[in-house]
Write a protein that binds this ligand. Structure first.
Ligand code: ADP
Ligand code: ADP
Ligand code: ZN
Length: 215
C-alpha cells in the first residue's frame, strides 16, 4: 500500500500520517522532516536547504527526490505514506519512476481539503515534542496533561522557525502555484480521494481509514 497525503501547509498531513503509523505500521516519508534533520545535522543538503525553508520556498526537486529514494530503500513496512512529497510536477514524475523501479505503484492520493483561513491559525499554534516528535496544537490538540507529552512523557516542546504568519503566506502561494496543479495528473488516473480536513482529527482519520480499507 502506497499513499500520498496531499494538502496545503497545516492541512493535517503530518498528524494523520502519525496516526496511520501507530495504527497500521505504515512508514511516514516526510520530506519536511528529512530536510529539518539534514539542517540540524549540518549536512551539505541541510546547508543548501536552510535558507530556502526559512523563506517558505521549495527546495530543489533533485534534493527531495533523492531523499525519498534513499528512504524507500531503507524499507517501508506495511506501506508508505508520502507526506509533503510530491510538491511539483517534476517530483510527481520522479515518484512514478522511484516506485516503478521497485516494482511498486500508488494506491491512493488523499487530498485534505481545508479553508485557507484556518491554516494560518493551525500553523501558528503548532508545536511538537522535542523528544519524540509527536505533533500538538495550542487549541486543537493540547497534551492531556499540560506540558507533558502524551506519548513519551517529555516536557520539552519546540516550534518550527518557519511557522510564522509571513512564511505561511509564501508556503500557501507555493502550494497553489506548484502543488495544486499536480492533482489533475492523479485525477486522470482515478487515484484522488478528497477528505474534509476541517473535520475533527479523529473523523479525518476515520475517513482515511475507510479509503484504505476499500470502503
Ligand atoms: P501539515 O503536516 O499538513 O502541515 P499538521 O498535521 O502539522 O499539518 O497540522 C497542523 C496543525 O494543526 C498541528 O498543530 C495539528 O495539531 C493541527 N491539526 C491537524 N489536524 C487538525 C484538525 N483536523 N483539526 C484541528 N487541528 C488540526
Ligand atoms: P508543511 O507541511 O507545514 O508545509 P513541511 O514540513 O512539509 O511543511 O515542509 C517544510 C519546508 O520544507 C517547505 O516549506 C519547503 O521549504 C521544504 N520542503 C518539504 N518538502 C518539500 C518538497 N517535497 N519539495 C520541496 N521543498 C520541500
Ligand atoms: Zn514525546
Amino acid at each position: 500500500m502506497n499513499i500520498i497525503l496531499l494538502g496545503p501547509p497545516g492541512a493535517g498531513k503530518g498528524t494523520q500520517a502519525q496516526r496511520l503509523v501507530e495504527e497500521r505500521g505504515m512508514v511516514q516519508l516526510s520530506t519536511g522532516d528529512m530536510l529539518r534533520a539534514a539542517v540540524k545535522a549540518g549536512t551539505p543538503v541541510g546547508l543548501q536547504a536552510k535558507a530556502v525553508m526559512e523563506a517558505g520556498e521549495l527546495v530543489s526537486d533533485a534534493i527531495v527526490s533523492a531523499l525519498i529514494g534513499e528512504r524507500m530503500d531503507a524499507g517501508t513496512g506495511s506501506g508508505a505514506i508520502f507526506d509533503g512529497y510530491p510538491r511539483t510536477a517534476a517530483q510527481a514524475d520522479a515518484l512514478d519512476l522511484l516506485l516503478s523501479e521497485r516494482g511498486q505503484a500508488l494506491d491512493h492520493v488523499i487530498e485534505l481539503g481545508v479553508d485557507e483561513d484556518a491554516l494560518v491559525e493551525r500553523i501558528v499554534g503548532r508545536f511538537t515534542c522535542a523528544v519524540c516528535g509527536t505533533g500538538y496544537h495550542e487549541t486543537f490538540k493540547r497534551p492531556v496533561v499540560d506540558n507533558v507529552c502524551d506519548v513519551c512523557g517529555a516536557s520539552e516542546f519546540k516550534r518550527r522557525p518557519d511557522d510564522n504568519e509571513q512564511t505561511v503566506r509564501t508556503r500557501m502561494a507555493e502550494y497553489r502555484a506548484k502543488t495544486a496543479p499536480i492533482i489533475p495528473i492523479y485525477e486522470s488516473r482515478g487515484l484522488v480521494r478528497r477528505v474534509d480536513g476541517m473535520a475533527d482529527i479523529g473523523q479525518v482519520t476515520a475517513a482515511i481509514e475507510s479509503i484504505l480499507d476499500g470502503r
